[in-house]
Each structure stands twice: as C-alpha cells, then as structure tokens.
Design a protein around this ligand. Sequence first.
Ligand SMILES: Nc1nc2c(c(=O)[nH]1)N[C@H]1C(S)=C(S)[C@@H](COP(=O)(O)O)O[C@H]1N2
Ligand SMILES: [Mo]
Length: 181
Amino acid sequence: MISPRRRPRARLFAAGLFAVFCAVSTAFNLPSAAQEASPSHDAVLQIIGKVGRPLTLHDADLAALPRRRLTVTDEHGNRVTYEGVSVADLLHRAGAPLGKQLRGPQLALYVLVSAADGYRAVFALPEFDPAFTDRVIVLADRRDGHQMAAPDGPFRVIVPDEKRHARWVREVTSLEVKQAQ
Ligand SMILES: Nc1nc2c(c(=O)[nH]1)N[C@H]1C(S)=C(S)[C@@H](COP(=O)(O)O)O[C@H]1N2
Ligand SMILES: [Mo]
C-alpha cells in the first residue's frame, strides 16, 4: 500500500522538477537587450524644429524613459504588443508647448514625422497632448518584446484607434515641430 501513495507524490515531484527546469531554462534563454542582435544599436531619433531644446536620442535614452505598452491590431489583423515611449513625453522633453502652453498661434503647430525611406506623415500637436486627448500615440522600439529591424524599426509610431494604419510610420528618423504658414 506504500507504493500507490508514493507514486502520485513522485509524479508530483517530477512534475515540479520539470516545471523548475523549464522556468530556469526559459529564464536563461531569454535574450537580454545586450545579447540580442541589436538592430537599433546606432539608432538615433531627432526631435527638431520649433522646440526649446532640440534632442538627439539614442535607443538607450528611449529605454531609460517611462515605458508605455500598447496591444493593438495591426494592418494585417494580428494582435501585437508594441512598447516604447509616448510621443508627448518626447515632445515635452524637447520643450514643445503642451497643456496650458498649447494655445493661440501654437495651435497652428504640427509635427512632421519622417522615415528613412522618405515616407512622411503629419500630426497636429494636440493629437499627442494628454490635455486634449486620452489617446496615447507611442514611439515604439519593441514589438512583442523584440527590437525591430529596418524597414519596420528601429522606431515606429503607433497610433491606437486609428482606422487606417498609414500614420504608423516605420523606421522613424525625426519628429520635426513646424508652424503652419
Ligand atoms: N516608413 C514607412 N512607414 C509606413 C509606410 C511606408 O511606406 N513607409 N506605409 C504606411 C502604410 S500606408 C501602412 S498601411 C502601414 C503598413 O504597415 P506594415 O508595413 O506593418 O504592414 O505602414 C505605414 N507606415
Ligand atoms: Mo496603407
């Protein structure tokens, strides 16, 4: 009568060992940012134009900023999770007028997003501003946990709740604040 009692325990123990083994091997196989083939190693993003402090940000700078995560449906109908920083945060750090400062002539400001392939898209400044909208537009540097290589990355603008994906600009090189004439 000993063995029937022991066997389930032995099985439980074996299952436990296996679970621990899986967890440990998964943990050690997870690529760290340093180990990963680093497509955005020299990646640079410029925030320029009518801003108080033009910025040149490297991927490591973005990694150090408050991180935002968005799970969205992409152009192909797949659910994907993008991670990065809010564009509002970047613009704020560059000294672009937001919140109470965004009024009067500043409402004719817009942001020109430019990509390495020459693609460009425009946003009005209030589209990013949490004082105007709850929608958070993200400059993503990771998709489903991985860095993105060109022509998707290393940086991509993600615009949640937008019916078309034309402004999900891939391989972003600069955000330029400009004034409509
Ligand atoms: N740099 C860049 N970004 C771009 C485009 C482009 O041609 N170049 N096309 C846009 C359009 S029209 C769409 S529909 C989506 C397509 O997303 P996908 O390349 O992930 O399928 O990317 C957008 N971002
Ligand atoms: Mo498109």
